[in-house]
Design a protein around this ligand. Structure first.
Ligand code: NAD
Ligand code: ZN
Length: 244
C-alpha cells in the first residue's frame, strides 16, 4: 500500500490522468447516493425506479421521481471535491474525467471535458421522434413531459439493464488504457461496465488510487485506498498537483 505523499507525487508528475467518479462525490453537495442513507423516495428503492420496466409500467411515477431529483440537484452546489478535479484538469496535459453521475455538478464546477457514461438528468429524449432536448424546468410543466410531436419524453439517462452509449464507453476505455494514474472517487464499483475501467487501466500500467467512505470490491486491487469524504480528501490529495 503506497503512502499519501507518494500518491501526491504520482498525481503531481503524471501527464495522463483519468478520474472516475460516482454518486459519492456529489453526496456532500446534498445529492443522495442510490445505496446510502437518504436513497429511498416515497418508500421506493432507486434500483426499482431507474429501469425501462418501471418506466413502461408507470412513466408518471418515474417522472415524479426525476422531477424531485432535478429539484434537489438544482439547489445543490459543487463541493470542494468537484472543484479540485476541475483545477486538476487545468494542470494535467492529458486529463479525462469519466462520471457515472447525471447531475451536471462537474460541469458547474468548471470541468470541461467530461465523459458522461450514464447521461444527463437535464436531457429529455423523445420516444416518438428521437429528439434530444435540454430542459431545466423545475418543476416540470407537465408530468410526464411530452414532445411537440406528441411522443412521450423519457429522461436522457442510462437505466439499469441498458447499454452505455458506445462512443462514450470507447473513449473512456481508450483513456483508461493510456492512463498513468487512475483515480476512482465515490463509486461503489459494482455497476458494470464502469467498474471494469479501473482494472483495465491497472492492467495497462496505471497506478490505481481510490477514495471512498468504505471498502469496495476494488480496494483489494488498488495501489492505495483512502477512506473518508471526497470533499475533504480530494483537495488535500491534489494540493501538490494543482499548484501553479
Ligand atoms: P452508489 O450510490 O452505488 O455508491 C456511492 C458510493 O459513494 C459508495 O461506495 C459510498 O461509500 C461512496 N460515498 C458516499 N459518500 C461519499 C463521500 N462523501 N465521499 C466519498 N465516497 C462517498 O453510486 P454509483 O456507484 O455512482 O452508482 C449508482 C448509479 O446511480 C450511477 O450509475 C449513477 O448513474 C446513478 N446516480 C447518480 C447520482 C448523481 O448524479 N449525483 C446520484 C445517485 C445515483
Ligand atoms: Zn418527438
Amino acid at each position: 500500500m503506497a503512502e499519501w505523499e507518494t500518491i501526491q507525487g504520482w498525481l503531481a508528475e503524471a501527464e495522463r490522468v483519468v478520474v472516475l467518479t460516482g454518486a459519492g462525490i456529489s453526496a456532500e453537495s446534498g445529492v443522495p447516493t442510490f445505496r446510502g442513507a437518504g436513497g429511498l423516495w416515497r418508500q421506493h428503492r432507486p434500483e426499482d425506479l431507474a429501469t425501462p420496466e418501471a418506466f413502461a409500467r408507470g412513466p408518471r411515477l418515474v417522472w415524479e421521481w426525476y422531477d424531485w431529483r432535478r429539484a434537489r440537484v438544482a439547489k445543490a452546489e459543487p463541493n470542494p471535491g468537484h472543484l479540485a478535479l476541475a483545477q486538476l484538469e487545468r494542470r494535467v496535459p492529458d486529463f479525462t474525467l469519466i462520471t457515472q453521475n447525471v447531475d451536471g455538478l462537474h460541469q458547474r464546477a468548471g470541468s470541461q471535458r467530461v465523459l458522461k457514461l450514464h447521461g444527463d438528468i437535464w436531457t429529455l429524449h423523445c420516444l416518438g421522434c428521437g429528439l434530444e432536448e435540454t430542459n431545466h424546468d423545475v418543476p416540470l410543466r407537465e408530468i410526464p413531459p411530452r414532445c411537440s410531436c406528441g411522443g412521450l419524453f423519457r429522461p436522457g439517462v442510462i437505466w439499469f439493464g441498458e447499454a452505455l452509449p458506445a462512443d462514450v464507453l470507447r473513449h473512456a476505455m481508450e483513456a483508461a488504457a493510456h492512463a498513468q494514474v487512475f483515480l476512482v472517487v465515490g463509486t461503489s464499483a459494482v455497476v458494470q461496465p464502469a467498474a471494469s475501467l479501473p482494472l483495465l487501466a491497472q492492467q495497462n500500467g496505471a497506478k490505481l488510487v481510490e477514495i471512498n467512505l468504505e471498502e469496495t470490491p476494488l480496494s483489494a486491487q488498488a495501489d492505495a485506498s483512502f477512506w473518508g469524504k471526497a470533499g475533504e480528501l480530494l483537495p488535500r490529495l491534489l494540493e501538490a498537483a494543482v499548484k501553479p
